[in-house]
Design a protein around this ligand. Structure first.
Ligand SMILES: [Ca+2]
Ligand SMILES: [Ca+2]
Length: 384
């Protein structure tokens, strides 16, 4: 809430100045920066951002439907709730049927789960690695159909709005998942949670899914704490304390809110994919000196030239192999068995020891999570 207040305050002072002096990107560095960041604000495309154009752009994008980054770098969600009637559902299902992109709308039930997926860049590693892992585990009938987006545009409500053409005026409708779900031939739907998520962003999807296949199950991937630039100057113990506090806060707020409210409405149907706890377990192992294959927590966008947990303080590293961990957490949750049970599988470029640790850590995060709905008391690697 506080970050939003600061954000609005800064915009107001910026606006006051703009109105008073009628500056443009030619005369004011702040307008110039704004134009670089939001080139679409230059409505008449003459390369100059005028105060009038800036005001018009603000009017379009600021407010309850904003997706503007706030000053912490986080993004505010578009809060519009769109409730289509039967005719509108039918229209967009039909429209999506005609687009041949993204493969078949349905698959016959085979050996494996058929999954419709949404989500942003933090969800991509799990989504991408799951395909290979499910194949390695022998699930030849494993299928994925994806409608994703970057940052807030990949959130549960954003994808819903985009499917119905309600995202913004410039974005045509993209009914990619609606026509697939309507076939009733999908088993699972997944999302990645996002700042300020509300249960309603998920219930609109879940209700539609259950109408078409009452057997469907639902999974929301949680997040992990960011590694902030200021941590470079801090003692490793201090950094750990900050990461743990942020992690705990994420679990207590968004994780708990979504799980408890959705569990109440759809008992046993919706669970959280505890990717955040799995990542934290790897960070703890590194901190304790038990992961010599890693040389840092954050690679600082490659400047460190090292193998870390994060590549840019948020996204998982692409050089250390840790994206595989997210895939293992997805596998364990969706197939209800430990990735440790997958025989004769050695993911490319990952040291065997690290791979073994990641499989174990993924299953531990799952069975320890209060929101995952999986226990393994007899420790045979299969959900009890
Ligand atoms: Ca202009
Ligand atoms: Ca068991």
């Amino acid at each position: 809430m506080r970050t939003k207040f600061i954000f609005v305050f800064c915009l107001c002072s910026f606006m006051g100045l703009a109105l008073a002096q009628q500056r443009t990107s030619e005369t004011d560095p702040r307008f110039k920066r704004f134009l670089t960041q939001y080139p679409k604000a230059d409505k008449n495309k003459d390369g100059i951002l005028t105060a009038a154009e800036w005001r018009a752009y603000q009017a379009e994008t600021i407010g309850p439907n904003s997706t503007q980054p706030n000053r912490t770098g986080a993004r505010i969600q578009k809060t519009l709730i769109h409730k289509p009637d039967k005719a509108e559902f039918a229209k967009f299902i039909e429209m999506g049927k005609n687009s041949a992109q993204r493969g078949p709308l349905s698959f016959e039930k085979g050996n494996g789960l058929r999954i419709v997926m949404t989500g942003h860049s933090w969800v991509a590693p799990g989504r991408n690695k799951l395909l290979e892992i499910a194949g390695a585990a022998g699930y030849a009938g494993h299928r994925q159909r994806v409608h994703g987006g970057g940052g807030s545009t990949g959130a549960a409500n954003a994808i819903w709005l985009k499917e119905f053409g309600k995202w913004n005026e410039d974005t045509p409708p993209a009914p990619i998942l609606l026509p697939a779900i309507a076939t009733g031939e999908w088993d699972v739907m997944t999302w990645g949670c996002y700042y300020d998520d509300l249960p309603e962003y998920y219930t609109q999807w879940i209700d539609f899914c259950l109408e078409n296949n009452p057997e469907m199950r639902f999974y929301i991937q949680d997040g992990w704490p960011r590694h902030l630039p200021s941590y470079k100057e801090k003692h490793p113990d201090e950094v750990m304390a900050s990461l743990e506090a942020d992690h705990k806060n994420l679990q207590k707020t968004i994780g708990k809110l979504l799980y408890t409210s959705l569990e109440e409405k759809y008992p046993g149907k919706v669970h959280m994919i505890p990717a955040g706890e799995a990542v934290m377990k790897m960070i703890r192992l590194y901190h304790e000196g038990k992961l010599p294959e890693f040389d840092c927590i954050d690679e600082d966008r490659g400047r460190a030239g090292k193998r870390g947990i994060y590549r840019d303080g948020g996204h998982l590293s692409r050089t250390s192999g840790i994206e595989q961990l997210a895939g293992y957490v997805y596998f364990g949750m969706l197939y209800r068995k430990s990735p440790e049970t997958i025989a004769d599988y050695a993911p490319e470029g990952i040291p065997e020891r690290v791979d073994r640790i990641m499989r174990r850590v993924a299953w531990e995060a799952i069975v320890e999570s209060p929101y995952a709905g999986i226990a393994d008391e007899n420790q045979d690697g299969l959900a009890d």
